[in-house]
Design a protein around this ligand. Structure first.
Ligand SMILES: Cc1ncc(C[n+]2csc(CCOP(=O)(O)OP(=O)(O)O)c2C)c(N)n1
Length: 575
């Protein structure tokens, strides 16, 4: 608490102190009429990210669409919470795209938006958020029914904030809706600060598992993003796979919870999936037991229909993951379904102990082949950067303490197809469930703000770039490395439509993009600029520059072939 400000304390300051108590000190967004009395209590963000880690609550000024993704990148890079802030009207809607992905990917984040004053309802207030205008509270409650809280400056706030914190602990985003009339009241005394609840440990660790059922059955291990991305999780997964001699398949983000030298890694399934993994997945049958660890069941991973197997053992860390219905994964499984809920690492350690003590005689599989893809990869035409070679080369150039984000472009499909196994130096994430083009820049900004010691890489398409380019100025001194895959087209759309609408003339695909001058754009926004040579000769130098500290952010252009299509896109079968 800043004692000198106590006498000016209002509900807004109370809220900021409460969030501070939850270790939230970074707020990203844009000010405006409805939030000026909130943002006035925040210190500006300093030019250099490493100066931002002090005792102050800071405001990072960046356009709302990008700001909505900042807390997500912040959390993925640091494990810490952050908030996004916007005023009424369009601002709230722009911020909401990040909120959607926070919900769909179970990433805890705080969204702070105001509503019009009650006294103005019916009197056409600017950016009318009331039921006569955009009716924003109902919109937010429709998307986040149990996690939207109106703060009115009265006694209920404490209870609501306690509930909000409990949801954050369970990896859910929360929306704090500011009622200006109540919160601007002075709080000269009893400035109660909400203290965090302890993280709830749910479920039981010692439930006996019916190990005998594995006898003479094939076991397939499936790792999702619910499995912690820790060294311990990775080691446990390897140990389990070795003991059971079972193939390990993983989702796009679940790949961060397995280790490259696990000999049983068969690859990614679904979008950008590897051939070896896809063939194991397709062969799951009534003689297979599926062991899912922090499962990701969704269209891009497992498809839009139930998985047919003898039995699925689904280990999860809570009952509120996106994809569950009525707190259960049951509807995803056509077969017997056993759900075990609790802290995942102790649960998997228990399973390992049980299997070691009483080996179940499951049907063993061979370790995976060196290459997890079958046929030859598509190559780029002369004069373009070949993305297959590019992803392979760059995979050998990552240094420790890096983090990467793939935008909603060919990269979020092709990278994992080419690299096959995760790289310990550079975990990659993509928010593929909301698939909001342009999400990756906000994630990269959040990652730099949350973990300034990490080197951040963002891969975006020239279409995605258009949604966020205006915010490059605010990111110029963050030292972000932004790869723009320039193919002058909505490439993933083109490649999909060639299969979905082969009869239609390509001009009906509406996928052309005007070529931009990225060197000039970078210069205009105060970024450095490099381009990767088609023969990749300068790639080591480019990466060397990426790791230099104290430099402006770097835009790296790759001229890529719109016809080079690498990873599979199973979604085309659903359209
Ligand atoms: C905001 C938004 N608009 C539209 C889409 C549909 N969409 C998904 S990917 C894509 C094209 C991406 O193009 P680009 O960024 O150029 O990357 P490329 O596919 O060429 O690698 C489109 C239009 C979306 N996911 N999000």
């Amino acid at each position: 608490m800043h004692v000198d400000r106590l006498y000016h304390a209002d509900g807004y300051l109370h809220l900021i102190e409460t969030l501070r108590n939850w270790d939230i000190s970074l707020f990203a967004g844009v000010t405006g009429g409805g939030v000026i009395h909130f943002t006035k209590h925040l210190s500006p963000y300093p030019g250099n990210p490493s100066e931002g880690s002090d005792h102050l609550s800071r405001f990072f000024n960046v356009g709302e669409y990008v700001a909505g993704f900042v807390p997500l990148g912040y959390y993925l890079a640091s494990g810490k919470l952050a908030a996004a802030v916007a005023t009424t009207g369009a601002a709230t809607k722009l911020l909401g795209c990040g909120l959607t992905d926070a919900k769909l990917h179970n990433i805890p984040a705080v969204y702070i938006v105001p509503i019009s004053a009650n006294s103005a309802v019916g009197f056409a207030p600017l950016q009318d958020s009331s039921i006569f205008g955009m009716n924003i509270l109902r919109q937010l409650e429709a998307e986040c029914p149990n996690s939207t809280f109106v703060l009115t400056g009265d006694a209920h706030d404490t209870e609501n904030l306690q509930k909000a914190y409990a949801l954050l602990v369970r990896h859910q985003p929360v929306v704090l809706v500011l009622d200006p009339a109540g919160l601007s009241r002075k709080f000269l005394q009893n400035l109660a600060v909400t203290t965090p609840l302890e993280a709830q440990q749910m479920g039981t660790l010692h439930k006996p598992l019916p190990l005998h059922k594995l006898r003479n059955k094939r076991v397939v291990i499936f790792v999702g993003s619910g499995m912690p991305a820790t060294a311990k999780s990775r080691r446990l997964t390897t140990e389990l796979a070795r003991l059971l001699q079972a193939p390990v398949l993983y989702s796009i983000n679940g790949a961060n919870s397995v280790e490259r030298d696990n000999p049983f890694l068969y690859g990614h399934i679904g979008f950008g999936g590897n051939d070896a993994a896809q063939s194991v997945w397709k062969s799951i049958d009534e003689k297979t037991i599926l062991i899912a660890l922090g499962a990701d069941f969704d269209e891009y991973t497992t498809g839009v229909k139930p998985v047919f197997c003898k039995e699925a053992w689904i280990f999860g860390n809570d009952c509120s993951r996106y994809g569950m219905v009525d707190s259960s994964w049951r509807h995803w499984i056509q077969g017997t379904c056993l759900e075990i809920t609790g802290p995942l690492e102790p649960l998997v350690a228990n399973l390992i102990d049980a299997v070691s003590a009483d080996p179940p005689d499951a049907v063993p599989m061979l370790p995976a082949p060196a290459s997890l893809n079958g046929g030859a990869m598509a190559v780029a035409r002369e004069g373009f950067v070949d993305l297959g070679r590019f992803y392979e080369t760059i995979d050998g150039l990552w240094r420790s303490n890096s983090i990467g984000f793939d935008d909603i472009c060919m990269a979020y499909k092709d990278r994992q197809y080419v690299t096959q196994r995760p790289n310990i130096h550079c975990p990659f994430f993509s928010l593929y469930r909301g698939s909001a083009m342009g999400s990756a820049l906000g994630l990269g900004i959040g990652a730099r703000l949350g973990a300034p010691e990490k080197t951040v890489f963002v891969f975006t398409g020239d279409g995605c770039f258009r949604l966020v380019a205006g915010t490059l100025a605010e990111a110029r001194s963050l030292g972000i490395n932004l790869f723009v895959l320039n193919n002058s087209i909505y490439g993933i759309v083109r490649n999909g439509l060639l299969k979905i609408l082969p009869e239609e003339p390509v001009e009906r695909y509406h996928d052309d993009l005007i070529m931009l001058d990225y060197a000039a754009i970078a210069a205009g926004y105060g970024w450095d600029y490099l381009s990767v040579d088609p023969d990749l000769r300068n790639l080591p130098d480019v990466i060397e520059r990426c790791y230099q500290t104290g430099k402006p952010s770097l835009l790296i252009e790759l001229r890529v072939d719109p016809e080079q299509n690498l990873g599979p896109n199973p979604r085309v079968e659903n359209l």
